[in-house]
Design a protein around this ligand. Structure first.
Ligand SMILES: Cc1cc2nc3c(=O)[nH]c(=O)nc-3n(C[C@H](O)[C@H](O)[C@H](O)COP(=O)(O)OP(=O)(O)OC[C@H]3O[C@@H](n4cnc5c(N)ncnc54)[C@H](O)[C@@H]3O)c2cc1C
Ligand code: SF4
Length: 406
């Protein structure tokens, strides 16, 4: 696991790129295909009434400059391209966690549905995990398998069952004549006469495992008429900030007022239902809680099941071991955690206090729906624990000064 992080100066060229700032932490993916390699495949359209922003303590809402209607044609195109159109999760009857969510929703009187997933599922009469016919015509030149329900979506699908960007948009771009170059990190961008200059370094596979300053590899120079930055929320902003001198027109607000997406991970403990969380894609079903803007009484949100890979079952088992077996497991975890990647200041959530304690450390607005979500689960007879949350700590944050970034 320790080798799966991205930090070429430490010899790491893995898929997880951890960004750490004073008030914000986040994990993004660094491979060809970006976040789609590790995302949970859910393709939801933003709720029609939720295109607003709170006005502040005085109350009221300000509408965003774009509406759902404006985005509708683009949602259509993206869903089609990603293979999510008309593709809700098809195996409800097989996966215990999906059934448990449906039962819970029914007991609570909440909306429940199967979200569209950008995953290639086996068709009628076929078993999960079979080869997909004629599927090798992609940038990797490798035939894909249909989803085998292994729960590994958030650590990268090794079967090609996820319709990630490498299999969709990037393959289409290459077919249309685009050149794609992996292991290339843009360092500098600057305007020149008639266009832009881009300077990047290549991190060769041979250098994996070798510590070296990323200033060492020579920079390759590219010139172009039009430059489109698509390095993600952090990557694009970071590049602009790093090259600010070359772009004097940039606003001083760049890199400020950042907020994570506010996802919360909660754990269901001692469930009376068998959940078998490592069987099925990471997310298979959704409960929707309406906002006060569309019929609810508070802030709207979604509750989804979250599975995990089978090896996590072993860790969970280890957490409930006793005696020598427990000491051996603890030793293994400690040994792994002492590797350079895990010493990064990004995250160290190792203890599991009661969820209310974790919730109390969230920003106030986030906290109210965290409480609401966990209380809903408790109403259903499940004991719950907030373990971590994606991205958000104390929003809004500033990303002008990363704690650790080369
Ligand atoms: C665990 C997880 C689960 C998620 N689940 C869902 C979900 O189910 N549904 C959903 O809609 N969203 C989900 N998301 C969010 C979604 O993945 C992101 O919103 C999306 O990937 C953002 O796309 P992007 O193109 O803006 O940036 P990214 O996908 O981050 O792509 C940016 C790319 O630029 C590269 N890059 C950065 N800097 C440089 C540089 N200097 N030089 C060269 N390349 C650079 C990065 O390595 C990356 O490959 C999830 C995210 C995570 C982390
Ligand atoms: S469940 Fe497994 S096979 Fe299916 S999409 Fe996720 S990682 Fe791929």
């Amino acid at each position: 696991m320790a080798a799966n992080f991205w930090d070429p100066s430490e010899g790491l060229q893995g898929i997880f790129d951890i960004w750490s700032f004073r008030h914000l932490e986040s994990v993004v993916a660094s491979g060809v295909g970006g976040g789609s390699l590790i995302y949970a495949n859910v393709m939801l359209r933003k709720d029609e009434h939720w295109f607003v922003r709170d006005q502040g303590p005085a109350g009221g809402y300000e509408s965003w400059p774009v509406t759902r209607e404006d985005l509708e044609p683009w949602y259509d195109r993206a869903e089609k391209m990603m293979g999510a159109t008309g593709n809700p999760y098809p195996y409800t009857d097989r996966t215990a966690k999906t059934q448990a969510m449906r039962r819970a929703a029914s007991r609570l009187g909440m909306d429940w549905f199967r979200p569209p997933l950008a995953i290639a599922f086996a068709g009628d009469g076929k078993r999960p995990g079979e080869p997909i016919p004629d599927s090798a015509d992609n940038i990797h030149g490798v035939a894909r398998l249909s989803c085998r329900l292994c729960g590994e979506c958030d650590i990268g699908c090794n079967d090609g069952a996820k319709n990630s960007l490498d299999f969709t948009y990037l393959t289409a771009a290459v077919r249309a004549g685009a050149q794609l170059q992996d292991r290339s990190e843009v360092k500098e961008i600057l305007p020149i006469d008639g266009g832009y200059e881009v300077r990047y370094v290549r991190h060769h596979a041979d250098n994996e495992g070798i510590r070296r300053g990323t200033g060492v590899p020579p920079k390759t120079v590219l010139r172009c008429r039009t430059l489109v930055l698509g390095a993600g929320t952090f990557g694009s902003t970071f590049l602009l900030l790093r090259n600010r001198k070359a772009f004097p027109g940039l606003s001083p607000a760049l890199g400020t007022r950042f907020c994570g997406n506010g996802d919360l991970l909660g754990f269901v403990l001692d469930s009376p239902d068998k959940l078998n969380a490592s069987y099925g894609p990471v997310i298979t079903s959704t409960m929707r809680v309406p906002d006060e803007l569309d019929g609810g009484t508070g802030r709207g949100y979604y509750i989804q099941d979250g599975g995990y890979p089978g090896f996590v079952d072993w860790l969970v088992e280890a957490a409930t071991l006793t005696g020598p077996a427990k000491r051996a497991a603890r030793f293994a975890v400690r040994t792994d955690a002492s590797s350079p990647a895990d010493r990064r200041p990004a995250r160290s959530a190792t203890s599991w206090p009661h969820w209310s304690d974790r919730a109390s450390r969230l920003p106030a607005r986030c906290r109210c729906w965290a409480w609401a979500a966990m209380s809903r689960m408790a109403d259903c007879g499940w004991r719950t624990d907030i373990w971590s949350w994606t991205g958000v700590t104390r929003a809004p944050g500033s990303i002008s000064r990363p704690c650790r970034r080369r």
